[in-house]
Design a protein around this ligand. Structure first.
Ligand code: ADP
Length: 297
């Protein structure tokens, strides 16, 4: 059976300018390099899942512009079904990123077409309810995520939420999440607790299960009624950790949709993310299914 994964999420074009230092207000500086990189957490997770062998359908929106066509091309190239990726009058969403010589960055995100996705988009052709896993993040209007999670939950579809970027999460959304997947910063933002294990335990008052990604340390998983356990990441030389978390979640979704046990699914997600951090880029660094299999064999 092919695992059906629906991603309800954002598509952005990342416009990345590199300069020795970021300009201060009113100032112009000469930069050193510029990149246009397909991004958005929704699109990244969809591509990660498709590369890992999932049958992935994406619900979202892009503009009728060059960025929108480029993003659609990248999704299709990875094998993502884009029939429910609407084209809107609003321009494609962008993330305007300045990276300074020390690797620090500042980012302005313009939601554009992403801002038009709403609770009605969720009911497109019954995609959510006919999937086995729904992947959500927090880059779309919150009403879309709430409606998506509710529809999925009613239909018995497993809902995985990446709570990024950090923003308040209404109880109406928490109520229908099966697995929350924050990184350490998002976990601390949600719970106000710095120690990951203690924070994870407090999170389980809101959701039945959670996995916290810990960068090079791997991840920590907890479910109500079970002691939390740690799954270490393979030791690798990381060159670029962009979208490591999105790779982890996309691959985890495929493994769970295939019916794998949680421990095995977490090992696959760690392995795929460890492969991705050894290569530069976001979607371009995500491993194919056979690479994940080879790495684990
Ligand atoms: P995010 O990308 O959302 O900030 P993390 O930094 O926690 O998330 O990374 C997500 C996952 O990527 C980790 O759980 C781990 O599997 C993998 N990962 C990240 N950094 C490394 C690293 N240096 N070595 C090996 N795996 C890594």
């Amino acid at each position: 059976m092919t695992p059906g994964i629906c991603v309800l999420g954002s598509c952005n074009m990342d416009l990345v300018a590199f300069a020795e230092r970021a300009p201060s207000l009113g100032e112009t500086v000469m930069g050193t390099r510029f990149l246009t990189v397909p991004g958005g957490k929704g699109s990244n997770q969809a591509i990660a899942a498709a590369r890992a062998g999932g049958a992935v359908r994406m619900i979202g929106a892009v503009g009728g512009d060059d960025f929108g066509r480029a993003l659609r091309g990248v999704l299709r190239g990875a094998g993502v079904d884009d029939a429910a990726l609407r084209e809107t009058m609003e321009p494609t969403g962008i993330a305007h990123i300045v990276v300074d010589g020390g690797g620090g960055n500042s980012i302005i995100v313009i939601a554009g077409a992403n801002g038009t996705v709403n609770s009605l988009s969720v009911h497109d052709e019954g995609i959510v309810t006919s999937s086995s896993v729904l992947l959500l993040q927090l880059e779309l209007p919150i009403e879309a995520a709430i409606a998506g999670a509710a529809a999925a939950h009613r239909a018995g579809v497993r809902v995985i939420l990446t709570p990024a970027p950090s923003r308040p999460i209404p109880d109406a959304l928490f109520a229908n999440v099966d697995l929350l997947a924050p990184n350490q910063h998002e976990l601390a933002d949600i719970t106000g607790i710095r120690d990951p294990k203690a924070a994870l335990v407090s999170l389980l008052e809101k959701v039945p299960a959670a996995v916290v990604t810990l960068g090079s340390e791997g991840c920590l998983y907890g479910a109500r009624g079970l002691p939390p356990f740690h799954v270490p990441a393979p030791k690798v030389d990381a060159v670029d950790t962009t979208a490591a978390g999105d790779t982890f979640v996309g691959v985890l979704a495929v493994a769970l949709a295939e019916g794998r046990e949680i421990v095995e699914a977490l090992h696959r997600a760690n392995a795929a993310a460890a492969l991705s951090v050894q290569r530069a880029g976001a979607s371009s660094s995500m491993p194919a299914r056979d690479e994940i299999d080879a790495f684990l064999s």
